[in-house]
Ligand binder design. Structure first.
Ligand SMILES: [Mn+2]
Length: 305
């Protein structure tokens, strides 16, 4: 038996062929080391490579799901080079690439990079899935109309998304008065981290449509397990409650794509990088498991007819 860790190809999980070729892969990992509007601690452009490096240490077998989800095929693209022409151009570039990947039937998993980039993928997803809704897991509302002179700052991501897709926001614990008022006025589905015991998972999931795009800002997690973010906030979610939530979500809705953004690696602390890599493989595992179940259900219905 070959030990995959001896070879370490520079792709997500270090997967050997044929499970890492484009044609065979259901999933496409898209690393976007984009960082231009970061306001506090810089370094999120190092995020995608840190995740890929850490991912090579993740076991391909998942003890919870009893599966090797990588066999569905996971292709990793080259890093998408940042443009110097501003965030709007970058969003446009990501949108075009996402559209191509979706045409080929791929599930896109984007590694950030700052949160700004999500607007590009979500725009492409919304064209493919008319009923798409967006689930944002984040400490911040990101609902500013503009920030530091830009409508495309990371602090405005969800305001831009809401211009073309409905969204549900969870884990929020830091927002401005302007954002707070806007949420109230527009009756936004926003669930504060403070009320997480009152906000049942059912209530959150019920406010989503059948096809869900997940945008996961890592500062959603508690800084005790995820200190490697640009703007850490106390009072976040922990590992198993996050996984339980995502698993339930995958059972009740179809997760059609997701992004993991804002990892800002810290020298000497690799645990958060590993967490991000594992989180991605967990999500891939949940998606694959549910796809398999749905296919079986469909088959049963057909046979009955
Ligand atoms: Mn955030």
């Amino acid at each position: 038996m070959l030990d995959r860790k001896l070879f370490l190809p520079n792709n997500f999980l270090g997967i050997l062929q044929p499970f890492s070729t484009y044609k065979k892969s259901k999933f496409v990992i898209l690393p976007v080391p984009y960082e231009q509007t970061t306001t506090y601690k810089a370094g999120t452009k190092e995020g995608p490579q840190a995740i890929i490096t850490a991912s090579k240490q993740v076991e391909l077998f998942d003890e919870e799901l009893k599966t090797e989800a990588y066999k569905a095929g996971i292709y990793t693209t080259e890093e998408l080079e940042p443009t110097s022409k501003g965030p709007e151009k970058m969003i446009e570039r990501i949108y075009r690439l996402s559209r191509e990947l979706l045409k080929d039937g791929k599930v896109i998993v984007t590694l950030g990079g700052e949160h700004t980039i999500s607007v590009g993928m979500i725009k492409a997803y919304k064209e493919k899935y008319k009923d798409l809704s967006v689930l944002q897991l984040d400490a911040h509302a990101d609902l500013r109309q503009s920030f530091q002179g830009s409508k495309f700052s990371h602090a405005c991501t969800m305001r831009r998304v809401r211009e073309f897709a409905p969204a549900v926001q969870v884990g929020i614990r830091n927002l401005s008065l302007e954002e707070h008022n806007w949420v109230k006025k527009n009756k936004i589905h926003l669930f504060y981290a403070r009320e997480k015991d009152k906000n049942s998972v059912d209530k959150i999931i019920d406010s989503l449509s059948d096809n869900v795009y997940l945008t996961f800002d890592l500062d959603f997690l508690d800084p005790s397990i995820m200190p490697s973010v640009g703007t850490p906030e106390p009072g976040g979610y922990l590992w198993y409650e996050t996984l339980d939530f995502l698993k339930t979500l995958s059972q009740r809705k179809k997760i059609v794509g997701f992004d993991i953004v804002e990892l800002c690696p810290q020298p000497g602390n690799i645990a958060p990088d590993f967490l991000a890599a594992k989180l991605i493989y967990k999500l891939i595992g949940y998606i694959i498991t549910q796809d398999g179940k749905r296919k079986m259900e469909k088959g049963k219905i057909k046979r009955k007819k």
